[in-house]
Design a protein. Sequence first.
Length: 388
Amino acid sequence: AAAEASRPEPTGTQLQPTQRVPIHSCSRGKPLPNSTCSGGGGIAVSIIMQFFRRGKNIQTIMKGIKDTAPGVELLVNDDSRSDWGAWVASMEGLSGGGFLVYSPNIHEIRGYNRLAKLARGKLLVFMQDDDSPGKNGWLKTAQALLSRYKGMELLGGLRGRMDIGKIMDDKYNYINGPKYGPPSEARSCCKRIPTSDPESGAKFMFVYKVNMGPMIVPRHSFLSSGMFHTALSCPGDPGIGFDFEYSIRMWYTGRAVGLYDSGFKQDIGNHDKSGTRSNSRIYHVRRTNELRNNKLMYSMYKGFHHSAGTRRAMQYWSKQLGTKGFKLPDEKTATAYYVKEILRHRSRSQGGGAAGAATAARRAGVLSKINDRSITRALSHSRSRSHS
């Protein structure tokens, strides 16, 4: 008794029982007792969003979620600690629950990772604060595709690419190969998804890398794979390329990556005047990280990225969906397309223009595949100068 009286009060990490606690062993043969809670009410899907000062988009985003994905759980990391009232009001009526988390100035990689641990859904949908669901059925289609193709553990709903080609694009530090998905303002984007899922009829393919917005993954796979790679940015900085790295990691570890058109509305609101594009210093960090990360992937997945990884994706695509009615892209055709449609239209300072494209095509051995008069003339002019 004296010993018990002299024992200090438990505080902090020193917390311990003040008396012996009986330990009861359990028999494996005995069933567990029934839970005292009601049970049920599981969440099938959790939507996770990283938000930063785009308050004008909140109503549009929330309407899109409520109209097209009822019953989902929504988790928002308010990285800017702004627009609290608008978020709270807009989350009213979400049957799956809405959670507004203040974990400021950590940016997207860490924001997505933290909220994935908090989420209850078996399926996670990562989306951005300048995108919005635009059509009914996008979520059911994604669920059906992930259920049908058991080896697929990442599904992109925007665009994807195959890293096929013979010329490294120094502007981005990657092979600027064929891109698939809905068109964008870029002249080279994008090719239509050429294959379909035979069961649902949805346009669908397997692809080497997918772009963010949305990205859909099974939660167990996301957590067990290590989540998004935090080495791709410092806390608070843009992590451009985290979507590509995660895609490559999936193929590297024997899992597949798919692409379909979710129909999300892209770049809503004041997209160009907000986010990382609104601040010249942050935009510089964004570009620096993008170039660094694209180059870093070659050392992270040495011997696999990009050639072996893309071959694996192409073979998987052909095996699962067949190639009837279209031709898989090949290295020379992809290189010729890059020279004609991308490099030809860049400035001379970026190694582009007709002369730059002609030089690149000659070095890559794809001149015979390019039918462009300006490139042909530039090549002829270059040859005449060298002979004079």
